[in-house]
Ligand binder design. Structure first.
Ligand code: WT7
Length: 651
């Protein structure tokens, strides 16, 4: 193993860090010319990457097709994603290499290592289980599993037979799961009896039971993880281990069209209803493969750990498809970062010699607050590259991560992307740099990004604007929102027309070359790196009959980045502490604990525009103690005085 000595130099006079000679030599890409070369002919560039990285059953007839706002990649090509993630590594003689190192939360339980051979066998068996239950190409399968290797097995088995998976975050509520099942019309649900979190067992099956009643779900497959007693409904519920007992371990990988749907992943938009982001086969796996390889510089001996839950896109791309397509070894941890002690993550890194570590700013801020004595207890010298994702990272968190986790040796790749983009689009590459605190970096080679003003003109200098992506669109960009074309166009292709993808993020140029992301510009909050829509939380609160109306806006928070705060107007009832608690409980029930409002503020009125729209912008400014701007355009300017009092506004 190449043990990391020092991989960066810096900071230079501008405060930038750069890869040193050793890092450059080691890296897959180290020549900045790659950006210009890719930009000359991005389609040819992606074609080259697609040919070199992915095994195709049939080559494409046409690489890129664009009918705004729709586009296709590798048209006419045939492939199978599971084949690319599993079979080809076994065929190449790498079957004994660990694919997944699974670390259970309880410390007295041994870790489980699945080699590529193991995956090859388990995935084919489970693919046959699904087939035997009548799952066919194109059918949707809902997956509500915790962080256990059965989740990757289930995803890969779906990909193998051409079924479309829809993974739902295991901490989401029964209601959230139900909404997603209903929208996708899934036939099968895969879940577990329970799982460990902070030493306690979470009863997942109970939630699943509540979610599936009177839906399209015909069968529920239950993984026995926690060994707790659960109700198994006769004729509907089946144990994973029983189904796997007498099933053939040979199942051919279906030949899929490049543009066939690979998976659906629901994410929060500006309305109360989550959107089913559609990802297809060829383009997605090309991006997952190459971004994993280049951004994390994955080599044969790396052990890659991405802490994201499998229920988010980061989990899909970097805890499953990307590293596995590369034949890499990934580490997968079931539990909480602070169980049994606040050094669990650092202990895992030390024990397993993790070389590349990828996490979120919110986690870094939490660890920084707990103190550097926790990582200091462990030898973290196996680490070579650090990554962050999910929200803008502030300078303090960046420096803490660099120093206390990376030992001032490791580059930090700050990766900007979205559920919609399928893979990282903006970052610095470890062999090229620079690594600049608070700056994500350059568009990945072959990606065309720009920053526009509200009129659609590119901003110059360091003026802030809106981040957009231009054609040829990255191969992994979403192909639509499931059964909702109107919303697809409205969300991404209305602001600047059908030829420019609007990210809904603000950004600014640094030296006209690097991009700093400034955050969402729509009514989407970013709570601990999780996307949460104001409207979804509002719907939950509004469902209480004592509530007349409400508005939910983000408030800055030292660790979570943002937290939701609800302004609530009541009908004819008195505000009380108990009512507050009940409303918070309601949100937990509707969405999940991650969505819990930090505060509920009872008010008499909400500020509204003349057309009756709630001015969330003004509520945000009130919470941040920022200038409110012109309040005279409000329908009810008098509401403001009372609101100022309610939040203790100092102006
Ligand atoms: C939103 C997408 C795909 C990663 C996980 C989140 C914010 C993401 C960064 C970053 C600043 C970031 C954006 C984006 N975001 N990465 N490196 N720097 N902001 O995926 O839930 O779809 O959220 O997360 O605001 O639009 P997501």
């Amino acid at each position: 193993m190449v043990l990391a000595t020092k991989w960066v130099v810096g900071p230079d006079e501008k405060g930038y860090f750069w890869p040193n000679e050793e890092a450059k030599k080691h890296a897959w890409v180290n020549d900045p010319k790659i950006y210009e070369e890719a930009a000359k002919d991005p389609v040819a560039f992606w074609e080259k990457l697609a040919s070199e990285g992915i095994t195709w059953f049939k080559k494409w007839d046409k690489a890129y097709e664009w009918n705004p706002p729709y586009y296709k990649w590798f048209v006419g090509a045939k492939l199978n994603v599971c084949y690319n993630c599993v079979d080809r590594h076994v065929e190449a003689g790498k079957g004994d290499k660990p694919a997944i190192i699974w670390i259970p939360e309880p410390t007295d339980e041994p870790k489980r290592v699945l080699t590529y051979n193991d995956l090859y066998r388990e995935v084919q068996k489970f693919a046959n289980v699904l087939k035997n239950l009548g799952v066919k190409k194109g059918d949707r399968v809902a997956i509500y599993l915790p962080m256990i290797p059965e989740v990757q097995i289930a995803m890969l088995a779906c990909a193998r037979i051409g079924a479309v998976h829809s993974v739902v975050f295991s901490a989401f509520s029964a209601d959230s799961l139900r909404t997603r099942i209903e929208d996708s019309e899934a036939k099968i649900l895969i879940t577990a009896d329970g799982y460990y979190r902070r030493g306690k067992i979470i009863n997942l099956k109970q939630n699943a039971d509540k979610a599936v009643e009177n839906t399209t779900i015909e069968k529920v497959i239950v993984v026995k993880r926690a060994g707790i007693k659960v109700d198994m409904k006769e004729g509907r519920d089946l144990w994973w281990h029983e189904l796997m007992e007498n099933v053939s371990s040979s199942c051919e990988a279906e030949s899929m069209d490049s543009e066939d749907m690979l998976f659906l992943l629901y994410t929060s938009g500006t309305t109360g209803k989550p959107k089913g982001v559609v990802h297809t086969t060829g383009g997605y796996i090309v991006m997952a493969y190459w971004s994993s390889r280049w951004v994390f510089d994955l080599h044969e001996d790396d052990i890659f750990w991405c802490t994201a839950d499998i229920g988010w896109i980061t989990g899909h791309t970097y805890n499953c498809y990307g590293p596995l397509a590369n034949g890499a070894t990934l580490l997968f941890y079931e539990g909480a970062p602070d169980w049994p002690e606040k050094d669990r993550w650092w202990q895992i890194i030390e024990e397993n010699k993790v070389t590349v570590f990828y996490t979120a700013p919110t986690a870094i801020r939490m660890f920084a607050q707990w103190g550097e004595q926790w990582p200091a207890k462990h030898d973290l010298s196996s680490l070579r590259i650090l990554g962050t994702v999910g929200e803008p990272i502030d300078r303090d968190a960046w420096m803490w991560y660099f120093k206390h986790i990376g030992g001032s040796r490791c580059p930090i790749v700050d990766t900007w992307w979205q559920t919609e983009t399928g893979g990282t689009l903006i970052t610095s590459l470890p062999g090229i740099g620079p690594f600049i605190p608070t700056v994500a970096g350059r568009p990945f080679p072959g990606v065309t990004a720009d920053i526009l003003d509200s009129e659609g003109k590119p901003v110059g200098g360091d003026t802030g604007g809106y981040l957009v992506i231009k054609s040829p669109f990255p191969p992994s960009l979403l192909r639509g929102l499931y059964k909702d074309e109107e919303k697809y166009i409205e969300t991404y292709w209305k602001e600047y027309g059908k030829e420019i993808y609007f990210t809904n993020d603000g950004a600014r140029w640094i030296e006209g070359k690097y991009i700093r992301i400034t955050g969402r510009v729509d009514d989407v909050m970013n709570v601990a790196g999780h996307r949460l829509s104001s409207a979804e939380v509002e719907n939950a609160i509004d469902s209480d009959e004592r509530v007349s109306e409400c508005a939910v806006v983000p408030k800055p928070h030292a660790i979570k980045g943002e937290v939701p705060v609800a302004f609530v107007v009541l009908k004819n009832v008195e505000p009380s502490e108990q009512l507050k608690q009940e409303l918070i409980e309601l949100v937990k029930q509707h969405i999940g604990p991650t969505a819990k409002p930090e505060e509920i503020i009872f008010v008499k009125e909400l500020p509204k525009t003349r057309s009756g729209k709630i001015m969330r912008r003004m509520l945000k400014a009130l919470l941040k103690n920022e200038p409110l701007g012109d309040t005279t355009t409000l329908q009810n300017p008098e509401s403001i005085e009372h609101l100022k009092e309610a939040v203790g506004y100092k102006g």
